[in-house]
Design a protein around this ligand. Structure first.
Ligand code: UDX
Ligand code: UDX
Length: 464
């Protein structure tokens, strides 16, 4: 079969893999190839056990793989053969030198740009899919167009807004697709090529175009705004715990104002995931770089509240369990940074587990998808850690349960059965407010929700 367009994606991660699968699925006349320096990852994409867990992804892969979607290892050859190249390599926070702990580490991006240049024999459109600091495209363009010749590279910014756990849904029905380009003749032509691809399944009013810097900045700001809502509600949850207010009632009342909106107002143990913290710190670095100290401080406080929320959760466990956790068994229900994913990057569970281990608690971790990642996150950490997939077996014999991920299956657990198998007094810390607190209190648990008064059987404890 002759394909109309040949598309390559460098980086077969959480973003590159699913987003290319959808392009292949929606555009059968395009050949889509995904490459990665990590050959094990490519092997996994070609196997029955995909490297990324996303509801609905395996179905799409089955329909496209080997037809117009290919996972390959020969990066250089693929660069030569494709005309449109997405770059979705990781851009972690820099750990060294200027901007360490804040700025984005762009070494993989730059290396990839040089690799594209060295292996191109014809003009290409290069698309930023990774989240990058504003003006990265400029640097990339300089590298790509440094060899004087007939070959031209047009750089576009097409940030991805998918959320993990709902990636397929988000890709099939996006709120918007954003494409940034230079407003020159060739920039606009390149932009149109990408618009044509998305038009196959995204309504035209949802495909928005902008200048390249606006597109780059919009991605950082979108994530910063979302994270800021989580920190805002979490900050108020602390106040609710001190008063008789209930954070769910407050969030409902506030969110019903259509100007505010109801989404992203769930109090919990703080946000995790590979993007929020990294992107905010990136924004903070940019603001500081441009001398905007007050703006940088404002956004940095979103990260500070996130850390504060996790520390509060740990302090609450310690205080409620008579200020000692040594030798006590604590069952962690959920290690992924959110439900419906096996991803544990920046998961609050990592920090919370480490802190509990420092108190010499014995930890039993349960999660339906993330146990492999949890074991690798905690490799080398001192203390007693067990991994048990079945939540009933995990909780049996424990002094306390801490719910750290909002997996639906935890809502449906038989807490009466669990209570019977635990050491008494049994404690339940609901870091995600997903279970029926009154029911669990009636069963016998001492229940500690987030942002609501505790339900304790100890007469002396101040429930507020
Ligand atoms: C990545 C970025 O981290 C994020 O900023 C952006 O918004 C989307 O792309 P993600 O897909 O979640 O997010 O990252 P990850 O799962 O780590 O995948 C990146 C892949 O790139 C890895 O498989 C890595 O092996 C690959 N890679 C990295 C290359 O193929 N070449 C490189 O030079 C570096
Ligand atoms: C986010 C953005 O939503 C997405 O648009 C972007 O492309 C990548 O970053 P993701 O990190 O996959 O996606 O998950 P998201 O659903 O945004 O959740 C992030 C974190 O915030 C999770 O730890 C989640 O549990 C937490 N969260 C979210 C809350 O604590 N409360 C909420 O109300 C919403």
């Amino acid at each position: 079969m002759k394909f109309k367009k040949k598309i390559l994606c460098i980086g077969a991660g959480y973003v590159g893999g699913p987003s290319m699968a959808i392009i292949a699925y929606k555009c059968p006349d395009c050949k889509v190839t995904v490459v990665d320096i990590n050959h094990e990852r490519i092997d996994a994409w070609n196997s029955n056990e995909l490297p990324v867990y996303e509801p609905g992804l395996d179905k799409i892969i089955k329909k496209t793989r080997g037809k117009n979607l290919f996972f390959a290892k020969d990066i250089e050859k693929q660069i030569k053969e494709n005309d449109i190249i997405f770059v979705s390599v990781n851009t972690p926070t820099k750990t060294f030198g200027t901007g360490a702990g804040m700025a984005a580490d762009l070494q993989y991006w730059e290396k990839t740009a040089r690799q594209i240049l060295e292996n191109s024999q014809a003009s290409k459109v290069v698309i930023e899919k990774s989240t990058l600091p504003v003006k990265t495209a400029l640097a990339m363009e300089k590298i790509l167009n440094s060899a004087k010749g007939k070959i031209r590279f047009d750089v576009l910014s097409n940030p991805e807004f998918l959320a993990e756990g709902t990636a397929i849904e988000d890709l099939e029905n996006p709120d918007r697709v954003l494409i940034g380009s230079h407003e020159t003749r060739s920039g606009l032509k390149a932009r149109q090529e990408l618009v044509d691809i998305y038009s196959k399944w995204v309504p035209s009013e949802k495909i928005i175009t902008s200048n390249i810097w606006s597109a780059e900045l919009s991605k950082l700001v979108a994530n910063a705004f979302l994270a800021q809502r989580v920190s805002s509600i979490n900050s108020i949850s602390a106040l609710c715990e001190k008063t008789d207010a209930d954070i769910s009632e407050v969030a409902k009342a506030v969110g019903m104002d259509s100007r505010v909106g109801s989404k992203f107002l769930k109090a919990g143990i703080g946000f995790g995931g590979s993007c929020f913290k990294k992107d905010i710190l990136n924004l903070v670095y940019l603001c500081s770089y441009y001398g905007l100290k007050e703006v940088a401080d404002y956004w940095e406080s979103v990260v500070k509240i996130n850390e504060y929320q996790q520390d509060r959760f740990i302090a609450n466990i310690l205080r409620s369990m008579f200020n000692t956790l040594a030798g006590k068994k604590i069952c962690i229900l959920g290690f992924a940074f959110k439900a419906n994913t096996g991803d544990t990057r920046e998961s609050p569970a990592i920090y919370i587990t480490r802190k509990l281990l420092m108190e010499h608690a014995e930890i039993i971790i349960s999660d339906p998808q993330a146990l492999k990642n949890a074991a690798s996150d905690l490799a080398g950490v001192k203390g007693s850690i067990k991994y048990v997939e079945d939540p009933y077996r995990a909780a049996s014999g424990c002094h306390a349960i801490a719910i750290l991920t909002d997996w639906d299956l935890y809502r449906k657990l038989d807490f009466r059965k669990i209570y019977k198998s635990m050491v008494k007094p049994a404690f339940l810390f609901d870091g995600r407010n997903i279970i029926d607190h009154k029911k669990c209190f009636a069963i016998g648990f001492n229940v500690y929700p987030t942002g609501k008064p505790a339900l304790s059987h100890f007469k002396t404890e101040n429930n507020s």
